[in-house]
Write a protein that binds this ligand. Structure first.
Ligand code: PHB
Length: 364
């Protein structure tokens, strides 16, 4: 019977244990360039005992940005910044993949090149807020414009270039962000996709963009180094579908054909309640690769699920913010540090790299 602390293979990725650090937006890239820097490298290196680190959602292009100070992977400065991060993680014996992100309509004109409208499958504004840089504040997201059909190849090319850049930065793999109501889920779900071209209407058409992006990514990376994240139950970003089971069954079947490293599932409403076990099991059964579970896990639930064979690995989000040595703490049953929500997003080292490790806690 495998435990949470046993090694596992996710495709071609070898993990020393089954504890994964979920991608976490921390809004601490370099202002102006959106490039990672030394402090980000220290933060990830501190957490390198996780079996796998999934680096925070990272915009594939300026247009893909939706929040203040999130990192990108489209410029030379960003590649150089990520290289520092990856080298630090590898020096600490860790593995790290990059999550490729396009927010679609969850953005604001002030974050977009030339102050333009954010792009989306259809011109339907989300009932959602974002945090902007000028002035630093929470605001309603902007009304998006619908992408023209002839722009889709350029969008796919942006993903392909980001995948090439992730390779140049030395990452162990990439994860395609198709969850949480961002661009790819906006195309997948019918509340946000009212298109009449080959990317809208039927479920097959709504799945098409994810498939074409995966084709591009797997031309750059071996498929067994590429993961994907889905969130069939989430309401995050004002996302909805009239028949989620049919939509996500079709999406999973299409994804399954690629032979990816793993499927990373947000098992419920993002950061909130968990989905019914039977629904989770039904989706998982459709996918033949490794499965990474996420959302609302604590150590006990993670251990039970791994030992019962219900998941291959478990991704923890918020517990990793406050516990760089989460793996040791779960292994030893030590108490967890409590995160300070005021420092989750933005700022410097405080609330980022200054959470105590177990040894320090004991010495104090
Ligand atoms: C966020 O920045 O709030 C965010 C980013 C990516 C997610 C979820 C939330 O998947």
């Amino acid at each position: 019977m495998p435990t949470l602390f046993d090694p596992i293979q996710l495709g071609d990725l070898h993990l020393a244990n089954r504890i994964v650090m979920a991608p976490l937006t921390r809004d601490r890239a370099t202002p102006g360039t959106d490039a990672p820097h030394a402090l980000n490298a220290e933060y990830y290196a501190q957490r390198a005992t996780a079996g796998l680190l999934i680096a925070e959602a990272t915009q594939i292009s300026p247009e893909g940005k939706g929040y203040a100070f999130t990192p990108g992977i489209y410029s030379d400065a960003q590649v150089a910044g990520w290289k520092q991060v990856v080298q630090a993680v590898h020096a600490h014996g860790g593995r790290i993949v990059l999550q490729l992100w396009h927010v679609g309509r969850i953005s604001h004109t002030s974050l977009q090149p030339g102050g333009a409208a954010p792009v989306a499958p259809s011109a339907i504004r989300a009932n959602a807020k974002t945090f902007i840089e000028e002035p630093q504040s929470f605001v309603d997201v902007s009304e998006p414009r619908a992408l023209e059909t002839h722009e889709i190849p350029r969008l796919i090319e942006d993903y392909r270039k980001a995948a090439i850049n992730a390779k140049a930065a030395g990452f162990d793999g990439i994860e395609l962000h198709a969850a949480n109501g961002y661009l790819l889920q906006q195309f997948l779900c019918d509340a946000t996709n009212h298109r009449t071209d080959q990317y809208g209407g039927s479920i097959e058409n709504r799945v098409r963009l994810i498939v074409e992006v995966l084709e591009a990514l797997t031309a750059v990376w071996p498929a067994n180094r590429v993961g994907i994240r889905l969130s069939p139950w989430t309401k995050f970003g004002d996302i909805a579908d009239s028949d989620p089971v049919a939509t996500f069954n079709a999406a999973i079947d299409a994804i399954d054909r690629f032979g990816l490293a793993y499927l990373h599932m947000i098992e419920g409403d993002t950061g909130a309640g968990r989905a019914p076990d039977a629904e989770i099991a039904a989706y998982r059964a459709r996918f033949h690769g490794a499965y990474v579970a996420n959302n609302g896990y604590n150590g006990a639930l993670a251990e039970a699920r791994v030992e019962a064979g219900q998941t291959d690995a478990v991704a923890f989000g918020r517990p990793f913010i406050a516990n760089p040595d989460l793996v040791d703490r779960l292994r030893t049953g030590a108490a967890l540090n409590v995160g300070d929500q005021a420092t989750y997003y933005g700022g410097g080292a405080h609330g980022y790299t200054d959470y105590p490790f177990l040894e320090h806690a004991k010495a104090a």
